[in-house]
Design a protein around this ligand. Structure first.
Ligand SMILES: NC(=O)c1ccc[n+]([C@@H]2O[C@H](COP(=O)([O-])OP(=O)(O)OC[C@H]3O[C@@H](n4cnc5c(N)ncnc54)[C@H](O)[C@@H]3O)[C@@H](O)[C@H]2O)c1
Length: 342
């Protein structure tokens, strides 16, 4: 039995109280789904600036848990009272709410700062004051900026290239000095994908955007020569990392409270496209035959991104469970189901 399986089976035997901020978003809704399925009580906090009620409804419906175990607070993490209300009586906090768009963080750095730094601080302080056991938060691989090709370790020099990345790094530093005894762990997600990722935003992940284009018969766009690499991590593995981080005894101070969460496997954008074509073609013959259009590289795009996940493996017992082929298959099926209105 893996550590994750062990933790999940222990959880199923007793009910704890969890807070998920950003519960109406892509990753937050997967956390809600899994925790409800494990019989936990979950409070979601979301302002719906980018999330949707449909994500929450689907998470609750798919969870096989009791919907009465879920409570939603429609509120903003910039409002300290909403944060305190959510954290009151909580055992664990999984903080996911953020404005996720890098371009938007350049256009409106104040909004980025208020949501991604002040909102973070509110949640950190509200969690600490409420005596929660673990505060787990979404950081990002964006804190690394451009790195030489190869796997990135947590102790590599950081070079955040956007206000969004600066905010995520600032959050990590605040968590080091303001947690006062509460366990706090930052997870640097690589490129996440899975069901419920919003394809309508130009800032979404490439997988949801391409799926949408394929199914509409539109041409997917590759910026640059297609040799750019990314470490694509399925939502189910992000959920695993959050639960492990919340429940493990480890995750003290310094380097060991920050972990890369990816698969450790780089995939070129070109090979991603081939994978996706095959899988879409399998489920809906004819739909994956569109050719990609190549456009010039976008300013600010990072060339290579690949996580070294050995620290998360060693300290948290994290082990990715979804290959790219499996994760894409689940994602495509869910996307098609949504399209057909099932
Ligand atoms: N998706 C990825 O590839 C990726 C990669 C690295 C890090 N992350 C981080 O993971 C977390 C979740 O990302 P996601 O992809 O699910 O994004 P998402 O946009 O789908 O979800 C974010 C949620 O936060 C909510 N939110 C935003 N600002 C808020 C505020 N001020 N108050 C209350 N709620 C607010 C939104 O309404 C939304 O439901 C974010 O912190 C993001 O920075 C995501």
């Amino acid at each position: 039995m893996t550590r994750y399986e062990e933790f999940c089976s222990n959880l199923a035997g007793r009910t704890s109280r969890w807070v998920v901020t950003g519960a109406a978003g892509f990753i937050g809704s997967h956390l809600v789904e899994r925790l409800l399925g494990l019989g936990q009580q979950v409070t979601g906090l979301d302002s719906f600036i980018s999330g949707s009620q449909a994500n929450i409804d689907e998470a609750v419906r798919s969870s096989s848990g009791r919907s009465s175990n879920f409570r939603l607070i429609r509120g903003d993490i910039r409002d300290m009272e909403a944060c305190r209300e959510a954290c009151d009586g909580a055992d664990f906090v999984l903080h996911q709410a953020a404005l996720v768009s890098v371009p938007r963080s350049f256009e409106d750095p104040d909004l980025n700062n208020s949501c991604n730094v002040t909102g973070f601080l509110n949640m950190l302080i509200a969690s600490r004051d409420a005596g929660v056991r673990s505060f787990i938060f979404a950081s990002s691989a964006a804190v690394y900026g451009e790195q030489p090709q190869g796997a990135i370790r947590e102790d590599f020099p950081l070079a955040p290239l956007s206000p969004y990345a600066v905010a995520k790094r600032t959050d990590e530093l605040y968590s080091n000095v303001l947690s006062s005894g509460m366990k706090s762990v930052g997870l640097r997600y690589m490129n996440a994908y899975g069901p419920r990722q919003d394809p309508s935003s130009p800032y979404s992940g490439v997988i949801s955007i391409w799926m949408d284009r394929f199914l509409k018969g539109d041409i997917p766009v590759i910026y640059g020569d297609g040799k750019t690499t990314r470490d694509f991590v399925f939502a189910g593995d992000i959920v695993q990392a959050n639960i492990l981080a919340a429940l493990s005894d480890t995750g003290g101070s310094g380097r060991e409270n920050i972990f890369n969460i990816g698969t450790g496997i780089p995939t070129t954008i070109e090979s991603l496209l081939h994978f996706l074509k095959d899988i879409i073609g399998k489920h809906r013959p004819g739909s994956g035959e569109v050719r990609a259009k190549y456009m010039p590289e976008r300013h600010g795009d990072i060339r290579h991104s690949q996580a070294d996940i050995s620290l998360a493996r060693k300290i948290l017992g994290y082990e990715p469970r979804y290959s790219l082929a499996d994760g894409l298959d689940i994602t495509v099926k869910s996307f098609l189901k949504g399209r057909n209105g099932d």
